[in-house]
Write a protein that binds this ligand. Structure first.
Ligand code: ZN
Length: 84
């Protein structure tokens, strides 16, 4: 299963795979501390670690967006070349 939030998909820290299976519980019982295993390489992480990773991604993306907006605004503010 993909661990996804706001269109951001958590990646396995080892192989960058995006498919995880909860370890020891059913999908419907996933809690923050539920261990998750990468289905590609078998690396273990936890559900909360994947959510935190998504949070970090979301922050990085919003900072990028902010930079883009700032750059655009700077461009708009630039005085137009004065022609005679
Ligand atoms: Zn992996």
């Amino acid at each position: 299963m993909k661990v996804e939030l706001h269109n951001i998909v958590a990646e396995c820290p080892s192989c960058h795979g995006t498919d995880f299976e909860p370890h020891g519980v059913g999908r419907e019982l996933i809690a923050s501390q539920t261990p998750m295993a990468c289905t590609r390489c078998g690396a273990h992480t936890s559900y909360i670690a994947l959510l935190i990773q998504i949070g970090d991604q979301a922050i990085a993306r919003s900072l990028e967006t902010l930079d883009r907006i700032k750059a655009q605004r700077a461009k708009l503010k630039k005085p137009a070349p004065q022609g005679k």
